[in-house]
Design a protein around this ligand. Structure first.
Ligand SMILES: Nc1ncnc2c1ncn2[C@@H]1O[C@H](COP(=O)(O)OP(=O)(O)OP(=O)(O)O)[C@@H](O)[C@H]1O
Ligand SMILES: [Mg+2]
Length: 613
């Protein structure tokens, strides 16, 4: 054991050291400086922001704006710690409307770099330049606005400098920092230069249409084409923006942008709310894409909880979670087929087509993707899935959907004219697996089982919304040693557990017993089941957990209830299925998140045959 250190006198730290300590939290890398300086430019009302970098931002970061500027006599104050023009009282702090409010950023950056401020206000005789090292102010030239130059970041704190990554990595982080700003400020133009070359430029756009244009500029046209508009109010929370369709999901969570009152945030409640909205339509571990802007009274969110302000704390996180979930869920529920008829003329084939537009990607339409990955296994899976005899009645636990859910005939469903059917008129069944239909854009290919499975599932969900999950008592209760957290949850959520068909009681201070489980899960490991449900209940609100559990059970039932392969369908039955798809929520994906239908446009068919038009 080492000797205790001899006691030292308590002393006040020098100012520079205090700033350097603060900088440790605020300035992690060049991108942090970029974020702070662009925040300041935006708070100053800039319409044009130009960023110039050298060496990935390590050698130089210069941010130039056309905002209101800083008067010469305030230049030196701007560099002081806790000096700000943005708030004056605690009341202001509780309803902050600006990006900055701590009056800390410039002081912190100045303590770990060589910094200068060049600024001019409207009506001044000239601009003034402040040297951050010496404090000297002298007249200089520039138009109204401010240029902040930050050279040799961490030159005085070599330990920090060693943590920096390669120049190209730091540059990428700097660009990402500006992208986050650009996505929420379409009215501001941005330009980024690196080593004298322009690396990104986004022009300003006005009005509502400007938002989509900016999203397309920053994230690509595909993002806008494969996402749906969101504009949803839930209590005090207003959610706007765009959420990608399940098709547009990615392997990584790199296109998830959430803003609270104009500030980019990374927040568990928001991410989880979004994730749960996709639960029912997204395949496996795919990550949804979205850019969402939450607006709420600033008093309902505390922005003063994290040094870089990237985290916030909501007064009522449940209301935020629900707003996110419902906003996305309701927008995604509308089947694409419905959008086709309401928003586009028949000639606009390109906007109607699913998001993946190349022929190879469209190979998906024929299930080819599954065959490419592992043909033997895919075929075996298919056969297994489809060879089960269609004894719907016997498999269904309650038999309650077997007779009710059948393919109604076309006449019963559609009174519209044939030419208006978004998914077209059925023309044939292919290999007992696909339905082929003809619509105004060309060919529609439908995965029969997948589509019907979704229809059955959505119908079951509607029927079961109020019904309980049936439960089966265990002959011998299964006891297990539980954590205090698990015991507390079991006691406080007994009602919810009952609703889920689970009965869990306390045996002792450290033991719980499972006495009943849902009938459909009676074969499984009931302790494991109870544990995972308790863990979920501890984390999320009860309604979400109940719904999720119900959905899982229903999905299993729907799979059994849906039409199997090799079942011959009449044209009437096929048309009926198409009409039901048009009317069923989330019918573009099967219950496992795979697409249920694809459009093959005339243009693509023509291209296949090298046919010019
Ligand atoms: N680009 C700019 N244009 C006009 N004024 C600026 C600019 N940058 C900084 N200022 C002024 O300097 C002050 C200090 O800036 P600084 O970034 O240190 O603090 P802040 O933005 O007020 O708070 P925070 O530390 O949360 O960013 C600001 O309050 C603002 O008045
Ligand atoms: Mg600031």
């Amino acid at each position: 054991m080492s000797e205790p250190l001899p006691r030292q006198t308590i002393r006040e730290l020098p100012d520079v050291l205090i700033s350097q300590i603060a900088a440790g939290e605020v300035v992690e890398r060049p991108a942090s400086v970029v974020r702070e300086l662009v925040d300041n430019a935006i708070d100053a009302g800039a319409r044009q922001i130009t960023l110039r970098l050298l060496g990935g931002g390590i050698r130089l970061i210069s941010v130039e704006d056309d905002g209101c500027g800083i008067p010469s006599e305030e230049l030196a104050v701007a560099l002081k710690r806790h000096a700000t023009s943005k708030i004056v009282s605690l009341q202001d702090l509780e309803s902050v409307a600006t990006m900055g409010f701590r009056g800390e950023a410039l002081a912190a950056i100045n303590s770990v770099s060589e910094m200068s401020l060049l600024s001019r206000i409207e009506g001044a005789s000239s601009a003034f330049l402040l040297d951050g090292q010496t404090g000297e102010v002298k007249p200089a030239a520039r138009a109204t606005g401010t240029t902040v130059e930050v050279k040799e970041l961490f030159f005085s704190t070599p330990a920090r400098r060693h943590f920096l990554k390669s120049e190209s990595t730091e540059l990428a982080h700097c660009i990402e920092a500006v992208r986050r700003h650009a996505l929420v400020r379409p009215e501001v133009s941005f330009a980024i230069w690196h080593e004298g070359k322009i690396v990104a430029q986004w022009r300003s756009h006005a009005g509502e249409a400007g938002w989509n244009q900016r999203l397309a500029d920053v994230l690509g046209e595909e993002f806008v084409a494969s996402s749906v508009n969101i504009d949803f109010r839930s209590g005090p929370v207003h959610v706007r923006g765009r959420a990608g369709t399940p098709d547009a999901a990615r392997a990584r969570a790199d296109q998830q942008f959430a803003y609270v009152n104009g500030r980019f945030v990374r927040d568990k409640v928001i991410t989880h709310g979004a994730r749960s909205a996709y639960e029912d339509v997204l395949h496996g571990h795919r990550q949804p894409v979205y850019v969402l802007y939450l607006q709420m009274n600033p008093a309902r969110v505390d922005v003063n909880v994290h040094p870089t302000k990237i985290e916030v704390r909501f007064r009522d996180s449940r209301e935020v979670h629900q707003a996110m979930r419902h906003a996305i869920e309701s927008a995604l529920a509308v089947p694409r087929a419905q959008l086709l008829t309401t928003t586009s003329a028949p000639t606009q084939a390109s906007t109607l087509a699913p998001t993946n537009n190349t022929w190879a990607q469209r190979g998906m339409a024929f299930g080819a993707d599954r065959l490419h990955e592992d043909p033997a296994r895919a075929m075996a899976d298919l056969k297994a899935l489809w060879s089960t005899p269609p004894q719907v009645e016997e498999e269904s636990p309650a038999g309650f959907y077997s007779s009710k859910i059948q393919l109604q005939t076309a006449t019963a469903v559609a009174s519209q004219g044939e030419h208006e059917w978004p998914l077209g008129r059925a023309i044939a069944q292919l290999q007992g697996v696909y339905i082929l239909a003809e619509n105004t854009q060309g060919l529609v290919v439908v995965d029969m089982h997948a589509a019907h499975e979704r229809i059955v599932y959505e119908r079951l969900k509607q029927q079961l919304d109020t019904t309980q999950i049936t439960s089966q008592p265990l002959l011998i209760p299964a006891s297990f040693s539980a954590t205090p957290q698990e015991i507390a949850t079991a006691e406080s959520c007994a009602d919810v557990l009952m609703q889920l068909g689970l009965e869990v009681s306390t045996l002792s201070a450290k033991t719980l017993a499972v006495r009943a489980v849902p009938t459909s899960l009676a074969q499984g490991d009931c302790v494991e089941l109870a544990r995972s449900v308790l863990a979920e209940l501890a984390q999320h609100d009860a309604a979400t957990v109940v719904q999720r559990a119900q959905n899982e059970i229903l999905a299993t039932m729907a799979c059994h209830g849906a039409v199997r392969a090799n079942r011959k369908l009449s044209l009437d039955e096929m048309n009926a299925l198409l009409r039901q798809m048009e009317a069923t929520e989330r019918s573009d994906q099967c219950n496992h998140g795979r697409p249920t239908w694809r459009q093959v446009g005339m243009r693509e068919l023509d291209a296949l045959f090298l046919r010019g038009r």
